[in-house]
Design a protein around this ligand. Structure first.
Ligand code: ADP
Ligand code: MG
Length: 440
């Protein structure tokens, strides 16, 4: 094993010696950095950022979490392999001493400390990795101390949940300050004129999403108890009910995040049983989440393209963004406030042109004025984009103005369902949903 390994011809020791090898390595590093930078800007990079931020969000967008992770692993392993080869060429022999656990761990921690997903920080980390031991050597301290230093910095980075790269970037942003935040959606309060839009879809009255006798148990608790509901072609159905009634569980079940349920779910007559969330997303069931799952490391446009999976052209994406009053495509999502980000999430799912869109309290972060505007936009989604909507919403004014039909859940069971006006007059519903407000 301790055989001497010669460098390949052209970069061998004889002619130019180590200087040439250093240059060769530097060129490889620059090429790799350029390629990684390109990948980071592209679709694959977007997928990686998304899966690092939220696996559920990734799956809901129709991307296989496994593929996203495997491709990241494959590319990293390839680069690691190259680096290993270069190291062997440098030392001139293969030896496990060059790749010991402690050293690898130190390097890994250093990557976390500096934020090695930023390319400049990766270079900075490499410099630290070389120079900290050198400095220790100067002072006659044992080299193991370098790992202790990295370890302490690593604990600091993990507890503060921010890397050196993040800190430097946010510091620079504060210095610049101007253009710091995007306009919230309320900046676009004008009404949308449906007559001017190109296509107007009309309902065929066909049942599209059919949920039949679904029961979900969490131990003793029946989060859903024999629930049936139908969303017909191009209508907005409201799913309402008090907190804990099972609304989010219903969406998790329809979208395939909860696999353990009794009953059947069909989309356009096709059974969804046994299909993973990303498959159901491809079939045309898309959702938004009650919690923010929009990765702040992307721009609005990158996120829209990633979510749309090529189903919308750039022009259509811009049109959808402006329809929902979202910030323009080049805006970084980190400067978009949480309420508006939820609307961007809705817009991105519309851009994927699903059959049904399930919205879990999309208006939760909006002001009252924004609520009204959003309601108007929501109401027209079926006609404008040909998409049916199942909407979870607490604001009964919004529900009244947007939904044609309602399903009311209470303690996991269907309390009432049918036409909106009838359901909202039902005394049982008033009692369960508004509690003490009955009799007002
Ligand atoms: P809603 O969205 O209507 O407010 P949820 O669907 O989130 O309600 O929750 C319905 C019920 O199921 C609640 O009682 C909740 O505590 C319970 N629940 C939800 N998810 C889980 C889980 N993963 N494990 C155990 N119980 C859960
Ligand atoms: Mg919920």
């Amino acid at each position: 094993l301790n055989q001497r390994i010669d460098r390949p011809f052209g970069i061998d020791r004889s002619e130019f010696g180590d200087r040439m090898y250093f240059l060769f390595t530097a060129v490889v590093v620059v090429v790799i950095a350029a390629v990684v930078y390109q990948i980071g800007k592209g679709k694959l990079g977007g997928m990686w950022r998304f899966v690092a931020f939220s696996e559920r969000g990734t799956a809901a967008a129709g991307t296989k979490v496994r593929n996203a992770k495997l491709s990241a692993f494959g590319v990293s392993a390839f680069i690691g392999g190259l680096a290993g080869g270069l190291t062997v060429g440098q030392i001139g022999q293969v030896s496990s001493v060059s790749f010991q656990t402690g050293g690898s761990l130190g390097l890994f921690v250093l990557c976390i400390v500096v934020g090695a997903h930023f390319i400049d920080m990766a270079f900075f980390g490499a410099i630290l990795f070389v120079f900290v031991p050198e400095i220790l050597k100067q002072f006659g301290l044992p080299l193991e101390w370098a790992n202790v230093v990295f370890g302490v910095l690593g604990v600091q980075a993990l507890t503060s949940n921010s890397t050196l790269g993040d800190q430097i970037r946010s510091g620079l942003r504060k210095l610049k300050r101007h253009g710091a935040t995007a306009q919230p959606v309320s900046a676009h309060l004008e009404e949308v004129d449906l007559e001017r839009t190109s296509a107007i879809f009309t309902t065929t009255g066909q049942p599209l999403l059919e949920v039949k006798n679904v029961t979900v148990r969490f131990g003793e608790l029946r989060a859903l108890d024999d629930v049936s509901l139908t969303v017909y072609d191009r209508e907005v159905v409201g799913l309402i009910g008090p907190n804990g009634a099972g609304k989010s569980t219903m969406i998790d079940t329809i979208t395939g995040f909860l696999t353990d349920y009794e009953g059947t779910i069909t989309l356009d007559g096709k059974p969804m049983e046994g299909l993973a969330p990303d498959r159901r997303a491809h079939e045309g069931i898309r959702r938004t989440f009650q919690q923010d799952r929009v990765p702040s490391s992307m721009t609005v446009g990158q996120y829209m393209r990633l979510m749309a999976h090529g189903k919308s052209t750039p022009t259509e994406i811009d049109e959808i963004l402006s329809y929902f009053g979202c910030p323009p495509a080049h805006t970084p999502l980190r400067v978009v406030d949480v309420g508006s980000r939820r609307i961007v999430e809705v817009a991105a799912n519309v851009a994927s042109k699903p059959v049904v869109l399930l919205l879990d309290e999309p208006a939760a972060g909006l002001s009252h004025d924004e609520h009204i505007v959003f309601g108007n936009q929501l109401k027209k989604i079926p006609q404008k984009y040909g998409i049916s909507v199942l909407l979870i919403e607490h604001d009964l004014d919004l529900v009244r103005s947007v939904c044609s039909k309602l399903v009311v859940l209470n303690f996991g069971g269907v309390l009432a369902s049918g036409n909106q006006a009838e359901v909202l007059r039902d005394p049982e519903v008033l009692k369960a949903y508004m509690g003490e407000k009955v009799g007002e």
